[in-house]
Design a protein around this ligand. Structure first.
Ligand code: CUA
Length: 331
């Protein structure tokens, strides 16, 4: 490879490495709002990209002429070209972009139909509390919705400004302390779509993610019924021991488990654990929810996500096994 080509190849490699993961690429929309937004994205790319390429080509051509000494004083025609290419065309393009943006904004502001249900999402440093108030369901970092039906989402913040963004389903909406913002989501096909906090909110902003699970109505209804149930009583000695460890370590001060812990105001500090084992991820979609990650998270959460609010816990390995068994049964 010649020396001159190396920066181009490096830039291309960087571009490929930085391309959005398929699970959250807004270029692959899965709902009506995102489909509209991607139209705008392609239009803006063309409306800015094509003039940029033409401008660079003209500059290159002029530089060549200048090097050859064939450029003279501007003629009358040149002044017309400057007025057209430097004033009229850019003004027309900017106006078209403005009108198109307003139209897409108006098209995506309201859902296509009456929302099928209400969901509340509360942003915390650095995780998402998810509530289905009519069904008395509280979960975290995983929002289930029925396919093909719009849902209304009310957004609040418990601390600083966050921003709710599921690129495959809709644009961003901020979560502002002391204020409720409302937006909607609709998925036209079943799937798991990753969402991400899109407003810098502190040291773990980048790992404040969540999943939207869109599933057929029957599966969604069954999920909602399971999530509304209280946690089941531990069925064996190991899990009963795990529950004792849970209380002894003080986990109940921050985490609620419906049917196990009495509700405390402080429990909003950490995610509700009633159906922890049913969730796909831990620590706001930072790691997969499996035994190894759960154990690591319980002992030293700061190693997995430095700066999160969960303190480390020193415990005997037998206690850790019991605590994991107790939490793994919270399905
Ligand atoms: Cu929350 Cu960034």
């Amino acid at each position: 490879m010649t020396e001159r080509l190396r920066p181009v190849v490096l830039l291309a490699a960087l571009g490929l490495a930085c391309r959005p993961a398929p699970v959250q690429s807004m270029l692959d929309p899965a709902g009506p709002a995102a489909a509209r937004l991607v139209d705008l994205w392609w239009f803006l790319l063309a409306a800015t990209g094509i003039p940029t390429v033409i401008t660079l080509a003209v500059i290159g051509w002029a530089l060549r002429r200048r090097r050859r000494g064939t450029i003279g004083e501007p003629a009358r025609l040149d002044l017309w070209i400057i007025a057209l290419a430097g004033g009229v065309i850019p003004a027309g393009l900017l106006l078209t972009m403005l009108v198109f943006s307003f139209r897409v904004g108006a098209d995506t502001a309201a859902p296509p139909g009456e929302p099928a249900l209400d969901i509340e999402v509360v942003g915390h440093q650095f995780w998402w509390e998810v509530r289905y108030p009519e069904q008395d369901v509280i979960t975290a970092n995983e929002i289930h919705i029925p396919v093909g039906e719009p849902v209304r989402i009310q957004l609040r913040s418990a601390d600083v400004i966050h921003s709710f963004w599921v690129p495959k389903l809709h644009g961003k909406t901020d979560l502002v302390p002391g204020h409720v913002n409302t937006m909607w989501l609709q998925a036209d096909r079943a799937g798991v779509f990753r969402g991400q906090c899109a407003e810098f909110c502190g040291v773990q902003h980048a790992l404040m993610a969540f999943l939207v699970v869109a599933e057929p109505r029957a599966d969604f209804d069954a999920w909602l019924v399971r999530q509304a149930r209280p946690a089941e009583e531990p069925t064996d000695a190991l899990r009963r021991r795990g529950r004792e460890v849970y209380f002894a370590l003080g986990c109940a001060a921050c985490h609620h488990i419906k049917g196990v812990t009495p509700p405390l105001a402080s429990q909003a500090t950490g995610p509700d654990l009633t159906h922890l084992a049913s969730r796909r991820t831990l620590a706001a979609a930072t790691v997969e929810n499996n035994r190894g990650n759960l154990g690591g998270w319980l002992v030293n959460p700061q190693a997995i996500k430095p700066g999160n609010r969960m303190p480390p816990s020193m415990m005997a390995s037998a206690d850790l096994h019991a605590l994991i068994a107790f939490l793994e049964a919270l399905e």
